[in-house]
Design a protein around this ligand. Structure first.
Ligand SMILES: C[S@@+](CC[C@H](N)C(=O)[O-])C[C@H]1O[C@@H](n2cnc3c(N)ncnc32)[C@H](O)[C@@H]1O
Length: 266
């Protein structure tokens, strides 16, 4: 069983590295390369493509100069966002993920392996050109870093996307309390999450929801709304967005993230 590393109020870089060891593993590299760049499965559209379309549609009529993609993993969503935005910054704590994203950006392609069954693996190659994304590479900047400790220069974005990130943070409430600083007034914050809270990543008392507060059930949407209400209003209703993560040739995770879109009002 995974034991959570001991965390002080502000986790040190080494505690963070231990916390996110999974995102530097061979298994995670395979799964995320396939989820981002592999073929669609079971008729479920690629998550990066779909969340980009939803975000761009929500921004219609507003400036689409710059986007900040927090927890960008191996990069596909940042390239997709660059089909709409002039500049995209993708940040992830996993140095392995960021190195893969940078390699694809530089070489225009990447090779990766997938587990088939037992010790058998298969080799795969994808190129940005195959995905109609070759023209986007120059518009994206990938950086390794902790999204909870971003420098002030990461500000004035028209869109901030935090896809499947908040339930992996030690202090999601603190992250949300400061996130408005990254956006222009009128900009949009798009959050997606399966609200898969785990004590390995987030102590239970800091879960935004999925727990009881004073004996009453608290949903993650309620917790999220409370944390964001000072600077944002929610646009429309939450959406449910599917994605599939391949484990082996015959084992898959079928996940659903709730998508909420927030308009920065002050
Ligand atoms: C569940 S994955 C989602 C990846 C990607 N957004 C997607 O939807 O495919 C969570 C990602 O967030 C990254 N992450 C988690 N905590 C982070 C932090 N504090 N700073 C930067 N990245 C972080 C992980 O390395 C991982 O790539």
């Amino acid at each position: 069983m995974l034991k959570p590393p001991r965390l002080s109020r502000s986790p040190s870089k080494s505690a963070m590295t231990a916390l996110y060891a999974r995102y530097n593993s061979d298994t995670a590299v395979s799964q995320y390369c396939d989820a981002h760049y592999g073929l669609d499965k079971f008729g479920v559209e690629n998550f990066s493509r779909k969340i980009t379309r939803i975000s761009a549609a929500a921004l219609e009529g507003k400036p689409q100069n710059s986007a900040l993609n927090l927890g960008c993993a191996v990069g596909r969503t940042s390239f997709e966002l660059a089909t709409h935005f002039e500049q995209v910054t993708g940040i992830d704590f996993s140095s392995r993920f960021i190195n893969i994203a940078k390699r694809i950006q530089k070489r225009g392609k990447i090779c990766y392996q997938l587990p088939e069954e037992g010790v058998l693996i298969s080799d795969h190659e994808i190129s940005l050109a195959d995905l109609n994304l070759a023209e986007t590479a120059d518009k994206v900047t990938f950086l390794q870093g902790d999204v909870c400790r971003l420098e002030p220069r990461f500000c004035d974005y028209d869109l901030v996307l935090a896809a499947n990130l908040i339930d992996r943070l030690p202090e999601p409430g603190k992250f949300l309390a400061n996130i408005h600083q990254r956006l222009v007034i009128g900009g949009l914050l798009v959050i997606t999450s399966p609200y898969n809270w785990l004590e390995h990543y987030t102590p239970r008392k800091r879960w935004l929801g999925g727990r009881f507060r004073a004996g009453t059930p608290l949903t993650s949407l309620e917790g999220l709304s409370k944390k964001l209400s000072r600077h944002f209003t929610m646009i429309g209703e939450p959406l449910e967005l599917e994605y599939v993560i391949r484990e082996t040739a015959r084992t898959f995770q079928h996940c659903i993230s709730q998508v909420t879109i927030w308009h920065r009002i002050h």
